[in-house]
Design a protein around this ligand. Sequence first.
Ligand code: ADP
Length: 160
Amino acid sequence: MTKAIYPGSFDPITYGHLDIIERATTIFDEVIVAVTQNLTKTPVFTIEERLNHISESTKDYDRVKVGCFSGLLVDFARQENATVVIRGLRAVSDFEYELQMALMNRRLREEIVTVFLMPNEKFTYLNSSIVREIAGHGGDISNFVPSMVDEQLKIKFKIT
Ligand code: ADP
């Protein structure tokens, strides 16, 4: 059985993330979507809120599990008995950072294999920070995030 971890901030989860998760379920037996605290970013949603959004948005996928971790990804992978890490690649701009992370994780634990998946092209310009930005200014983000996240962003930003 091949277990894969899809780590990220997911602040919030978008249709781009869900596209990657769906593709990953066609390859791996189990996909653990793992929320991590990115120390360089101030989150809008708490870890618990993000876990809740992910669980709700992936409830129809039997192979998807949801988790969180605060230390090194390689340690979490060991704890979960997983050797595959999934990351999304949207554009060349993602590549440099992702290559560094993949090679460093392999250096830290040799058996870790990072697999990059590309989303449908309609999600290549989408990320969580642009969603937060648009939502914060009262813009329509219903085409980019599940309805539960849309509603909760409106509550966070006090938009009626
Ligand atoms: P992180 O802080 O780890 O980058 P994110 O939640 O921003 O967390 O992203 C998690 C992963 O999902 C990254 O590999 C990122 O490239 C990927 N990702 C984010 N948005 C999209 C998208 N629209 N399409 C495909 N992959 C995406």
